[in-house]
Every structure is written in C-alpha cells, then in structure tokens.
Design a protein around this ligand. Structure first.
Ligand code: 0O2
Length: 245
C-alpha cells in the first residue's frame, strides 16, 4: 500500500468512526425515555433472579448445612456496549431489535463452591415454572480453546409491573471460585492491547495450562468434600443407632 492509499484508508476509518458515533448519539437522543424504561425492566429482572438464588442458597443450607453459593454478582451492560453488539451482529439499531437480539443486557454471575453445585443450582432454577430456558452453553463440559470454563444459561423470566407482566431475558453464568479467578485474570490479558504478540501468545499458553490445573483441582476438592460428607453421615447413622439402643 502506498502512502496515498494509506492516508485514504485512515481518513475513511475516521469518517466511519464519526458516522457511527453520530448514529449512536442520534439513537440515544431519540430514545432516551425508551432506553431508561427498558434498562429499568432489565434491572428488575436482575433483582428477581438474584432473589431466586438467595432463596435456593438459604434452603440448601437448611437441608445440607452448607452454602453452595459463594457469591452472586449482577451487572447491566452499558448502552455503548449494547450498541457495539448490535453493530457486531449487524442487526437494526432500534429498541425492539435490541431486546430481541441481545441476550446478555442483564447478567447474573453465580460463584459456587464446587462444580456439582453449578449443575444442582442450574437444575433447581430451570425447574421453576416461571423460568424458561432459551439457550444453554456448557463451557465446563466443552471448555473454550482459551481454557475458559463456565455454564451459561439464557433464561426468560416475568417481571410484574403496575398493570402488566413482561418477560425479560437474563444471562446467568455459573462458575466455581477457581473458574472465576481464572476468567478475571484472562480477561485482563484479553483487553490489554499493548502486549507484544510473542508475550501474549506465551501468556495465553500459560493460562491454558492454569485452566487445566485449576479444573483438576476443582474435581479433587469436590471428591474430598464428598468423602467428608459421606463419613459425616455414616457417623450420624452410628450416633442415631447408639441413641436408640
Ligand atoms: P461481559 O462484559 O463479560 O459481558 P456473544 O456474547 O453471544 O456475542 P459468545 O462468545 O458466543 O458471544 O458468547 P458466550 O460464549 O456466551 O460468552 C459471553 C460472555 O462469556 C463474555 O461476555 C464473557 O463474560 C464470558 N466469556 C466467554 N468466553 C470467554 C473467555 O474466553 N474468557 C473470559 N475471560 N470470558 C469469556 P462479554 O460480552 O465478552 O463481556
């Protein structure tokens, strides 16, 4: 490419950035009420889903004497990143299209103690009759090439407003503490643009190895916990029997 072609390319890039910024400003100006209403509905959906998990955690600890959930995080995507996704998918920039095509505006991340807890909680959530499963991606069974592990569900749940009921989509990501720790570190690498290519590749390889090590650690710790609880329940049976004698 000669210098003339290079300058023309740069000029086109700047023009196209300005055009998309103008498009975004125009969309926000024209739809500010609609955007804030829609985002408030997503916020309500987040509260509903978070409460569902808090209830499940409470009941589980009553029955099994331990909490399967370490923490719950919720987040709403920013308008800018929703618009980025609209552009990435090549769908129209309208409120209807955003609601139809973008599934992860509302996100809940459930951090569990052990891998089995993830599947137990996901099953309990999906058994609830106001929850509809839209999509499931099991990156624990099938990790991403990067080493990323997590169970992703897109669900639809109703929120009850003054005079109407509205179904809203929420993305739920289930991870163990180890999976979450790994994903945060890898996220930093993914969004750091100033790393030399060679170092980036080296770190990605190192992270893949870490993902495999931490996955086998999750499995081993789960095995230890199971053996511990089996022993404890055996001991409980012995005590029960002794009390009846
Ligand atoms: P944020 O801010 O975390 O929400 P899609 O979102 O459907 O266009 P994809 O890859 O099919 O694209 O979606 P997928 O696989 O369900 O993953 C979406 C989210 O999972 C990402 O959200 C991340 O949070 C997380 N994720 C997926 N893959 C990786 C990975 O390799 N490393 C890490 N650290 N996180 C991952 P967003 O939209 O990127 O951003």
């Amino acid at each position: 490419m000669n210098i003339r072609e290079y300058l023309k390319q740069k000029k086109d890039e700047v023009r196209s950035e300005h055009a998309s910024q103008a498009k975004l400003d125009n969309f926000i100006d024209k739809n500010s009420d609609g955007i804030s209403t829609l985002f408030t509905y997503y916020e309500c959906a987040l509260m509903e889903v978070e409460t569902k998990f808090k209830v499940l955690n409470q009941e589980y600890s009553l029955i099994h004497d331990r909490n399967p959930i370490e923490s719950i995080k919720t987040r709403l995507k920013t308008v800018d990143s929703v618009v980025d996704k609209v552009q990435k998918y090549g769908v129209p920039l309208t409120l209807e299209s955003i609601e139809k095509n973008i599934n992860d505006i509302a996100g809940v991340r459930v951090i569990c103690s052990f891998p089995d807890d993830i599947y137990t909680l996901a099953e309990c959530l999906l058994e609830q009759d106001d929850v509809t499963l839209i999509q499931k991606k099991d990156y624990i069974e099938n990790p991403k090439p990067s080493g990323y592990r997590s169970l992703h569900l897109i669900i639809s749940i109703p929120i009850y407003l003054e005079h109407k009921k509205r179904d809203m989509k929420v993305e739920v990501q289930f991870r163990t503490i180890a999976m979450d720790f790994w994903a945060s570190l890898e996220h930093n690498l993914r969004y750091k643009n100033d790393i030399p290519e060679e170092l980036g590749a080296e770190l990605a390889e190192e992270l893949l190895e870490c993902a495999n090590i931490s996955s086998s650690l999750d499995v081993r710790m789960q095995r230890v916990r199971k053996r511990l609880s089996e022993d404890t329940s055996e001991m409980d049976d012995i005590i029960d029997e002794a009390l009846w004698m």
